[in-house]
Design a protein around this ligand. Structure first.
Ligand code: 1CP
Length: 346
C-alpha cells in the first residue's frame, strides 16, 4: 500500500477500490430512534425538523452512535425531504406517522433560488462535524435521488408503491419532468455545498427505485442521478459518490456505468455475487445485511454477518445494512455486529 493510501481513512481507501481484511462499517440511519439518547435530544429540540435545523443538536445526534460504536463513518443528520421544503413546498411531520407535504403536480411553485440559504444550518452541522469527529471517521453528506424525493412531493406522503408519482409521470411527463429538473438543479447545489462544508463522501438515496422498470426507470432514476453526478464532477467535486438504488430491478452493471457512481449500495434482497459479476471486480459495493436480522440478533445475526464477510472477502466492500436501521433494534445487537465484522481480521 502506498504511504498516501495508508494514511487515509479506511472507508476512503475502500472507496478508491482497495479491499480491507476488516471492512469499514457504518449503518444507514445510524443516528435515530433505536438510541435513547437520540430520543432525548429530539425531545429537547421540540420536533424532528427543529432537530435538523439546529446545528448544535444535529451535530450531537450525528456523534451519538460514534460514542457507542466504532463506526468508520458518520452521516450528517438531516433528511431527504429538506430539499422540497427549501424549494418552497410545505413540509411537516405527523407524530408517529411520518412526513407530510402539500402535494404538487408540477414545478410552478418551486424555486431553486433560496435552497442554499434555507439549508445553511445543514452546512453548519457539517462544518462542526468536520472538526468534532474522531480523526479516523469519515463524514458522509447525502441527498435523496430526484425520483424518490418527487414521489413524496407528488403524493404528499410516503406511499407503498409510489402510485401518485407514477401516474403523473405517465399522464403528464412534461409536468413531472419539470419537478425532476428542479430537483436535479437544487440537489447539485446542495451536494456541492455539503462538500464545501466538509463532506468527504456523498450518498444518493434512491429508496424507491423498485417501483420503476424499463424506460421509466431509465428516464426517472438513471438519467437524473447520472446528470447530478456529471454536474458535480464538472464543478470539480471529486469526492466518492455512493448510489443506492434500493430494490432496483435493472442490471446493476449498466446502472453503475450509466450513472458513473463510485460505489453501489446493495439492498437486503440483492444477491452480492450476482451483482459483483455484473459490475466487475473493481466496483465498490456496500451493504446488504437485513435490518430485521439485526433486530433479531443471536445465531442468526452471527451467521448472516459471516456469510456477507465470506462473500465479499478480497473485494472492495463497505459493511452496512440493506436499508435503514429500524427503531426496535436492540443497541447491544449493533455492538455485536461491530464485533463480528472486526473478527474478519482474526
Ligand atoms: O425522529 C423521528 O421520529 C424521525 C425519524 C427520521 C430520522 C431519524 C426521519 C423521518 N428522518 C431521519 C433522518 C434521516 N433520514 C437520515 C440521517 C440519519 C442517519 O442516517 O443516521 C437519513 C440519511 C435519512 C434519509 C431518508 N429520509 C430516506 C432515505 C433512506 C431510507 O430509509 O429509505 C427517506 C425515504 C426519508 C424520508 C423519511 N424521513 C423520515 C421518515 C420516517 C421517512 C420515511 C417516510 C415514508 O416513506 O413513509
Amino acid at each position: 500500500m502506498s504511504a498516501s493510501l495508508a494514511n487515509e481513512k479506511k472507508i476512503l481507501r475502500v472507496l478508491r477500490g482497495q479491499s480491507e481484511l476488516v471492512p469499514p462499517i457504518w449503518l444507514m440511519r445510524q443516528a435515530g430512534r433505536y438510541l435513547p439518547e437520540y430520543r432525548a435530544t429530539r425531545e429537547q429540540a421540540g420536533g424532528f425538523l427543529d432537530l435538523c435545523y439546529a446545528p448544535d443538536l444535529a451535530e450531537e445526534v450525528t456523534l451519538q452512535p460514534l460514542r457507542r460504536y466504532a463506526f468508520d463513518a458518520a452521516i450528517v443528520f438531516a433528511d431527504i425531504l429538506l430539499i422540497p421544503q427549501a424549494m418552497g413546498q410545505k413540509l411537516w411531520f405527523e407524530t408517529g406517522e411520518g412526513p407530510r407535504l402539500s402535494p404538487i403536480e408540477n414545478a410552478d411553485n418551486l424555486s431553486c433560488d433560496s435552497v442554499l440559504t434555507y439549508l445553511a444550518p445543514v452546512f453548519e452541522t457539517l462544518k462542526r462535524l468536520s472538526t468534532s469527529l474522531p480523526n479516523d471517521t469519515a463524514l458522509i453528506g447525502f441527498a435523496g435521488a430526484p425520483w424518490t424525493v418527487a414521489s413524496y412531493m407528488v403524493a404528499g406522503r410516503g406511499t407503498p408503491d409510489q402510485a401518485p408519482a407514477r401516474h403523473l409521470a405517465e399522464t403528464d411527463a412534461a409536468a413531472f419532468q419539470s419537478i425532476i429538473d428542479a430537483l436535479i438543479e437544487s440537489t447539485v447545489d446542495y451536494l456541492a455545498a455539503q462538500v464545501d462544508a466538509g463532506a468527504e463522501v456523498l450518498q444518493i438515496f434512491e429508496s424507491w427505485a423498485g417501483s420503476l422498470e424499463g424506460d421509466a426507470f431509465e428516464r426517472w432514476c438513471v438519467m437524473p442521478v447520472a446528470t447530478i453526478i456529471e454536474a458535480l464532477r464538472n464543478r470539480g467535486i471529486d469526492v466518492p459518490i455512493i448510489a443506492f438504488p434500493r430494490a432496483a430491478k435493472s442490471h446493476m452493471g449498466a446502472y453503475c456505468a450509466a450513472t458513473k457512481c463510485d460505489a453501489l449500495g446493495l439492498d437486503t434482497g440483492a444477491d452480492i455475487e450476482a451483482i459483483r459479476a455484473e459490475t466487475g471486480p473493481d466496483m465498490v459495493l456496500q451493504g446488504n445485511l437485513d435490518p430485521l436480522v439485526l433486530v433479531e440478533g443471536g445465531e442468526k445475526l452471527d451467521s448472516a454477518v459471516r456469510l456477507i464477510l465470506d462473500k465479499t472477502r478480497g473485494t472492495p466492500h463497505i459493511f452496512n445494512l440493506g436499508h435503514g436501521i429500524v427503531p426496535q433494534t436492540p443497541p447491544q445487537n449493533v455492538a455485536r455486529l461491530i464485533e463480528l465484522v472486526k473478527e474478519a481480521g482474526i
